[in-house]
Design a protein around this ligand. Structure first.
Ligand code: FES
Length: 324
């Protein structure tokens, strides 16, 4: 793991933890004394470096005007790879943590005449800061929020406050409750006004349904944020990496990701999620054609083949020359 020598990192203190819903807690990260935190925009995330060595990406859910705290929401995932379980079970108030500066790959289009936000479970977190922003600037919005049960529905009080005099802006779906309604993404998208911007964040099945339903809408008005891998990592191997700055060559063997091969060769490369969703490992490509497996780059960005997410993507050519 890179030590941060060429990545902006900052120290924060865990100032508060709050129960938000079954298996969901919020965490308030505060600057060390007398400092303000770097600014962020609605939809942004940070990479949090945990004391157990893991790095995880979390969306900032608080008001993007705030400089005195970052607030994240974490669901204790039964299939946790170690991040969310550590956050829930081990992290203690007052601990000093390291995080990257906020980055935004899920930006809000503030000038849209109307915004339709679609959340599944903990996918509500980036949308919450977007709604904060839309409410602040007086823009029109509606939220469709699917959670299995009411008990697992986080941040409902805050959402109701933000809806204010327009409670009809909130549409809740609890398919796990007796008589609960299921969110029909296809119908919802088909009814959205042509000039609306649509945002979706949730589990891969929801995002796939959204992308299919929105395929005929203008791509620039459809926005998704993945929390987990969209495609399986490319591990076929059988190609070489050439690192342009040093001239070093690294063979990627069958069963390896590009990242695993680079780390095994002692190459200093930044990474966090290892699932192609956070963008931390984005690396310039000077020659060759990547086999993109991430959920971070847009289709247009993928087509240029100018960068690659080395944690999960592979190569379609026998050699890739990387800007490393
Ligand atoms: Fe997150 Fe590669 S480490 S996209």
């Amino acid at each position: 793991m890179r030590d941060g020598s060429d990545i902006a990192l900052l120290e924060v203190r865990l100032g508060a933890v709050a129960f938000e819903a079954e298996r969901v807690q919020s965490y308030v990260l505060e600057p060390l004394s007398g400092q303000s935190l770097p600014p962020f925009t609605a939809g942004a995330h940070i990479d949090l470096h945990l004391p157990n060595g893991l790095v995880r990406s979390y969306s900032l859910l608080n008001n993007s005007q705030e400089r005195y705290r970052y607030v994240i929401g974490v669901q204790n995932d039964p299939n946790s790879r170690g991040g969310s379980r550590y956050m829930h079970d081990t992290l203690r108030l007052g601990e000093i943590l390291t995080c990257g500066v906020p980055r935004n790959s899920f930006a809000l289009y503030e000038d849209a005449p109307h915004s339709v936000l679609i959340a599944g479970g903990i996918g509500i977190t980036p949308l919450l800061s977007m709604i904060e922003r839309l409410a602040t600037i007086g823009r029109s919005w509606e939220l469709h929020y699917a959670c299995r049960t009411r008990a697992r529905t986080a941040f409902l009080d805050r959402l109701q406050q933000l809806a204010g005099d327009h409670p009809n802006r909130l549409h809740m779906f609890h398919a796990g409750e007796a008589g609960g309604e299921r969110l029909d993404i296809s119908t919802l998208v088909s009814r959205a006004s042509p000039d609306a911007h649509l945002y979706c964040c949730g589990p891969p099945s929801m995002l796939a349904a959204f992308e299919q339903a929105a395929a005929n809408r203008p791509a620039a008005q459809n926005h998704v944020e993945y929390f987990a891998a969209r495609d399986a990592a490319a591990v076929a191997g059988g190609y070489h990496l050439v690192l342009s700055r040093s001239g070093q060559e690294v063979a990627v063997e069958p069963g390896q990701t590009m990242l695993a091969a680079l780390l095994a060769a002692g190459v200093d490369v930044a990474f966090a999620c290892t699932q192609g969703v956070c963008g931390t490992c984005e690396t310039g490509v000077l020659s060759g054609v990547p086999d993109h497996r991430d959920a971070y780059l847009t289709e247009t960005e993928r087509a240029t083949n100018k960068t690659v997410m080395v944690c999960c993507s592979g190569s379609r050519t026998p050699m890739l020359v990387l800007d490393l």
